[in-house]
Unconditional design. Structure first.
Length: 292
């Protein structure tokens, strides 16, 4: 989940769904509420820790934090030096994840199909929004954390892409690379606030309207596929807060058109191999999940 959350366009929530821990994750987070104080008072620390599935949460979030801190530089380097193979892998990952989630929908009908279309439209609208430029003040960092964590636990909506849209991706990623503890702590505070509030809503939706919610989440994933299409032409650029030139408006191309327009190799064979690797990875994880 941590590796996925580093990449704009890929959601850690998608990875949670693939690995079969999504419902457990939401339920464990949902139990961190005022009732926990009563359990702590009446039954003690051990009972409270067990109530929130403490070992699961510690293992998961330790993995996410370690992955973000260790893979931030690697993912950033891969996206710059080997963009087509890297985006191809994540494209395949999202593509097969759509199949994986649809398999979990018990009843597919017109109404649920409409919710999937709404999800597609919502996600696609987000991908074409013009990025903002928020100043990395303390309060903005907390707000960014709260917004991004909500997206991170939604399959299909990338928390890092939301950070990119509000102009906070570079400051947060830079803080992770250089270990700026003050910025990272503020971001974590925002994440905790957003996570504890949003998880209750999402958990309730999955319990009360599971098929409809899954169809909407599937739509979110489909809607973000154009964002991570490997072959793009950059039409306009912008200067970020570090004075670096980064893509602003991009146009998706067919592999053959990519070679013609950019005079660069499409790396089609490598792209297909990477997509296939991602698909195989998900199917293997799904197989192990079924055994459990």
């Amino acid at each position: 989940m941590g590796a996925a959350d580093v990449v704009p366009g890929v959601s850690g929530g998608t990875i949670a769904f693939i690995t079969g821990i999504y419902d457990t994750l939401l339920e464990s987070i949902r139990r961190v509420n005022p009732k926990l104080l009563g359990i702590l008072k009446d039954q003690g620390l051990k009972a409270a820790f067990t109530h929130i599935n403490g070992f699961f949460l510690i293992s998961l979030f330790s993995g996410i934090i370690v992955s973000i801190l260790t893979l931030a530089k690697l993912i950033s380097w891969l996206l710059v030096t080997h963009p087509i193979p890297t985006w191809s892998f994540f494209f395949g990952l999202i593509l097969v994840s759509v199949y994986h989630i649809l398999k979990q929908v018990d009843k597919k009908d017109l109404i649920r199909g409409v919710f999937m279309l709404i999800g597609i439209g919502f996600a696609y609208a987000i991908t074409v929004l013009k990025p903002l430029e928020m100043d990395p003040t303390n309060i903005n960092i907390v707000i960014a954390g709260a917004i991004a964590i909500c997206a991170m636990i939604l399959p299909g909506i990338s928390g890092s892409f939301i950070l990119l849209l509000i102009g906070m991706y570079a400051p947060i990623l830079g803080a992770a690379k250089s270990m700026q503890i003050d910025i990272l702590l503020l971001f974590v505070v925002g994440c905790v606030v957003g996570l504890l509030s949003f998880s209750h809503l999402l958990s309730w939706l999955l319990k009360s309207f599971r098929d409809t919610t899954l169809m909407f989440l599937t739509g979110l994933m489909i809607g973000t596929l154009p964002k991570i299409w490997p072959w793009k032409e950059t039409l306009t650029w912008r200067t970020n807060s570090h004075g670096e030139q980064v893509p602003l408006l991009q146009h998706n191309l067919l592999p053959s058109d990519f070679e013609t327009i950019t005079s660069q190799p499409s790396q089609l064979v490598i792209a297909i191999v990477m997509m296939s690797c991602a698909i195989a990875l998900v199917l293997i994880l799904e197989k192990f999940g079924d055994q459990d």
